[in-house]
Ligand binder design. Structure first.
Ligand code: ADP
Ligand code: GLC
Length: 482
């Protein structure tokens, strides 16, 4: 089965968050379960020249202007999945992917509208014809309506929702940039309270929809999590599925991670102690093995529950922990967190910025990993933490709910306890879970048990790739019948 996988970021070429981890790993996992996969993404500034060869051009008329793109052919570094890049320097040779300094680029509809149309124009001319096009998030969500508008031979589509809060909303006057006929700008199409909603177009017109955990796939059909699109999703409930993300253990496994100071595995945690010492030294914290380190690696946005951390900060330090945070995003959170080392010297280590190697060192060196998300479609860091023996403390939502089992006498006895979970979105509930986690930390046999259960868990991509494969089959079977 030939699958064209369209995505706006993929490790190691370009990354802002978990979507890139998926874009890098899922196509390779699909290839391993028998799909003939090609990836296509924009050629950003972060992607070096080496290894890419121009193979043709495409012309797209965008808002009355002719824009042409060059298609570069190559393979994904490391996984060797065949990949096309759409090169158009005016749109993609910039320092950010979607914006800079916390602001979206004002021409994002022109940029990703161009990308989607260039992809379709290009594949239309190739002998390699996809049986199905797999789109991801709003940046590629114009593809299903564009295919529907073409009328001719229709390639089936599947759209994965990684985060319903990012919808690609633009003023109505920009609708022409979608390349769609005006008849698509209605309530039954991309119109949304007078604006253009690109994601909505994908939700309405893709043959199959998925989201990145079963719980989030249910949650987004409710007003609380639906971000205004829950009605559209309820209408499509029969075609909407949840498939939890996986982990690329080639990249995220302490037994062979080259980015951490010492390797280790469940059988021998000596290396983890070295990683912790190293992390304490790196951040100028008290170098004491008995002080628990709470780690966070996250985009600094409302989704991630940073207001709870802010509200709980005094109590948190009163527990006697050290806090190490790596993140970038909203200026407000950057400032609040940035002040902590001065208020809590030798106990708070904060790094504002994006730093992949440091993300690995925190996963390895911390004792607990905190994810108090307001919502979390899948979440990858809790899965990475499990493998690194860094016990997750998470809120019960989305993919966190589907992967982390709270530690209680029953789950401990059953051998399923792998973290600490709280339900209410408030600081006292979070602190209560942290308090239980710290009690366990001070009870070595309990702690080791929880750690080992997490380290032994297998969240590799294969299981998810098989589920996608089955959904591709189902989608194709339906399109033949339809
Ligand atoms: P989201 O996609 O919502 O940001 P995920 O948990 O799915 O959340 O994935 C986040 C990914 O981005 C992880 O691989 C994490 O390590 C990485 N990440 C987030 N912020 C940073 C940062 N400041 N520096 C390095 N890596 C980061
Ligand atoms: C989004 C979500 C995150 C998910 C990632 C990859 O950014 O916020 O939960 O893991 O996409 O699917």
């Amino acid at each position: 089965m030939k699958i064209l996988f369209c995505v706006s970021e993929a490790v190691p070429l370009a990354k802002t968050g978990g979507l890139a981890d998926v874009g890098g790993a899922l196509p390779a996992a699909l290839a391993a379960v028998g799909c003939d996969v090609r990836v296509v993404l924009p050629r950003y500034r972060s992607i070096s020249e080496r290894g890419w060869r121009p193979v043709g051009t495409v012309d797209v008329s965008s808002g009355g202007e002719a824009v042409s793109g060059t298609i570069l052919d190559g393979t994904m570094p490391e996984t060797a999945v065949p990949t096309w890049l759409v090169d158009q320097p005016k749109y993609f040779d910039r320092s950010g992917l979607y914006g800079e300094a916390g602001r979206d680029y004002p021409d994002n509809l022109a940029r990703f509208g161009f990308f989607c149309r260039a992809v379709l124009a290009w594949v239309g001319r190739q002998s390699w014809k996809p049986d199905l096009i797999h789109c991801n998030d709003w940046q590629t969500a114009l593809i299903p309506p564009l295919i529907r508008a073409e009328r001719a031979e229709r390639t089936p589509t599947l759209l994965t929702i990684h985060n319903l809060a990012y919808q690609g909303l633009f003023p109505a006057q920009e609708f022409a940039l979608t390349g769609l006929p005006a008849s698509f700008f209605t309530m039954a199409g991309l119109e949304f309270w007078g604006q253009v909603n690109v994601l909505k177009g994908g939700l309405v017109f893709a043959d199959t929809l998925t989201s990145v955990s079963e719980t989030y796939a249910r949650e987004i059909q409710t007003a609380e999590f639906g971000a205004g699109l829950d009605g559209v999703l309820r209408d499509r409930a029969r075609d909407l599925w949840g498939i939890l993300n996986g982990v690329d253990y080639r990249v995220w496994d302490p037994s062979h991670d080259p980015l951490i100071p010492a390797q280790y595995s469940a059988g021998d945690l000596t290396g983890k102690r070295i990683c912790k010492e190293h992390l304490q030294r790196e951040f100028g914290l008290y170098e004491r093995p008995d002080i628990p380190i709470v780690g966070m690696v996250t985009r600094l946005v409302d989704q991630k529950g940073l207001d709870l951390v802010e509200a709980a900060v005094e109590d948190l330090f009163a527990f006697g922990v050290q806090l190490v945070v790596l993140g970038a995003g909203d200026a407000r959170y950057e400032q609040v967190l940035g002040e902590l080392p001065r208020r809590y010297p030798k106990r708070a280590g904060i790094r504002i910025g994006f730093d992949n190697a440091l993300a690995h060192r925190i996963e390895a060196g911390a004792d607990l990993f905190l994810m108090p998300s307001r919502y979390e479609p899948s979440g990858l860091n809790q899965l990475y933490s499990l493998r690194y023996g860094t016990v997750p403390v998470v809120r019960h939502t989305g993919g966190l709910a589907d992967s982390i089992v709270d530690t209680t006498p029953d789950t401990l006895a059953a051998g399923t306890a792998n973290g600490f979970v709280f339900v209410a979105y408030d600081a006292p509930a979070m602190l209560q879970a942290l308090r239980r986690a710290l009690e366990a930390f001070r009870t070595p046999h309990t702690w080791r048990r929880v750690q080992k259960t997490g380290m032994a868990a297998d969240f590799s991509w294969t299981a998810s790739a098989r589920k996608y494969h089955a959904l591709y089959d189902r989608t194709l079977a339906q399109s033949v019948r339809g």
